[in-house]
Design a protein around this ligand. Structure first.
Ligand code: URA
Length: 226
């Protein structure tokens, strides 16, 4: 009998595999690996599936209601998020809160917020396709555990990271699409709105107002049918 097999007799082999997961992106993280978000967060904070693990202060896993009907997916943490370990707490996050509040959605009750990548890319650059792929199983597990009916994808990176669709965000924002049995809507990233402050009809902020009202209407429809 090989020593590996002998060793595996001393414990649950599944636990051994779980301990190995964060160190190498080639080790799969199958659906059902995590029983809850706390377990997943523990792995994310030890994770070295990509280089971003070398420079993080905190892995940024998620915040909000773990049973929310709506999940919001961003790109990756910035400096404020890296420091606090919480997603969307900087300027973009403050704007996101205002957008949600404009249709009476609260981050504590109605939404759960996560990112494509859990660790901050240096100088806030866009995560590379390899970094996105290395982190994706964590997000898929978050989606499985939270089980949202609606997923809002903020910006092109979130759309690409979840659905693989490489179209520009201005082309697809505001359209409902189905992904793995869930309703998704691509919306502008709040940082794009910070750079484009006009509220004129047809401007990005005005379009976001249309989109978030459509999200609120769908939220009410789903809630009333359950
Ligand atoms: N931008 C993101 O995409 N995510 C965050 O958590 C913060 C800023």
């Amino acid at each position: 009998m090989s020593s590996e097999i002998q060793l595996s007799l001393f414990g649950n082999s599944n636990d051994n595999q779980k301990d190995l997961i964060p160190t190498d992106s080639k080790i799969p993280i199958p659906p059902g690996t995590y029983g809850n978000i706390a377990e997943l967060a523990q792995h994310c904070n030890q994770c070295h599936r990509c280089e971003l693990g070398n420079t993080r202060t905190h892995a940024v896993v998620g915040r909000g209601n773990l049973k929310a009907l709506i999940m919001i997916v961003g790109e990756a943490p910035g400096q404020n998020e890296d420091e606090t370990g919480l997603p969307f707490v900087g300027k973009s996050g403050q704007l996101l809160e205002k957008i949600l509040a404009s249709v009476n959605l609260s981050t504590e009750e109605d939404v759960y917020i996560a990112n494509i990548n859990k660790c901050r890319p240096p100088n806030n650059r866009v995560p590379t396709p390899d970094e996105m792929a290395a982190c994706k199983p964590y997000l898929l597990e978050q989606i499985r555990l939270v089980d949202p009916k609606i997923i809002l994808l903020t910006g092109a990176t979130a759309v690409k990271g979840i659905t693989g669709d490489k179209r520009g965000i201005t082309k697809i924002r505001g359209q409902w699409l189905e992904w793995e049995g869930r309703l998704c809507m691509p919306i502008f990233h709040p940082s794009y709105l910070l750079r484009n402050p006009s509220k004129e009809k047809g401007a990005p902020k005005w379009l976001m107002w249309q989109d978030i009202q459509a999200v609120r209407a769908k939220f009410d429809e789903i809630r009333n049918n359950n």
